[in-house]
Design a protein around this ligand. Structure first.
Ligand code: ZN
Length: 180
């Protein structure tokens, strides 16, 4: 499993809903994605970012692998309510070195199937609804965008789009070289 970089076309697809979130395949994928997220110092990682266009993402807003309470694997997530708006800085594992302010809702309600591991490492999947605020809400909105093929650069101000233009062109050049 590897992180897919901009402008790989998989990042622009609308991810498919997962019919059976309880299937071991998705549980294993969530586990691997969490490991990859921690290894790359991320706080969130969506399935399209590892080349799999399905509705699953992992996150831990603390970025700390030991903080298991903040760790989440979410399948088929939807935001059912969004309140407030604020600017805040974001990065993305598919855009190395690019950071910018993005406007996001401050408080959200999320519904999803959550896969979690108990102390013995046994997976459990449960339907949940929960509220998230501030940075955690920001991470969730960023990852949910990935599932719709929306990238954070789409939400930059015109000035920031100009500021990062060269870095994007460099990623595009590298991508052309990789695909030949
Ligand atoms: Zn991202």
């Amino acid at each position: 499993m590897e992180i897919v970089l901009y402008p790989d076309p998989v990042l622009r697809l609308k991810a498919k809903r997962i019919e059976d979130p309880f299937e071991p395949h998705w549980i294993e994928m969530g586990r691997e994605m969490l490991a990859l997220m921690y290894a790359t110092s991320g706080v969130g990682l969506a399935a399209p970012q590892v080349g799999i266009s399905h509705c699953l993402f992992v996150m831990n807003p603390t970025g700390d692998a030991k903080n298991r309470e903040s760790e989440m694997i979410l399948v088929n997530p939807v935001i059912t309510k969004k309140t407030g708006k604020e600017w805040g800085q974001e990065g993305c594992l598919s855009f190395p070195g690019i950071y910018s302010d993005v406007m996001r809702g401050i408080e959200i309600i999320v519904e999803a199937v959550r896969i979690r591991f108990d102390d013995d490492g046994e997976p459990k999947a449960e339907e949940i609804a929960f509220a998230a605020q501030d940075f955690m809400a920001r991470v969730i909105q960023h990852e949910l965008d990935h599932l719709s093929g929306i990238l954070f650069i789409d939400r930059f101000t015109p000035a920031d789009k100009i500021r990062v233009k060269q870095s994007l062109e460099e990623l595009e050049r590298r991508h052309r070289e990789t695909v030949g």
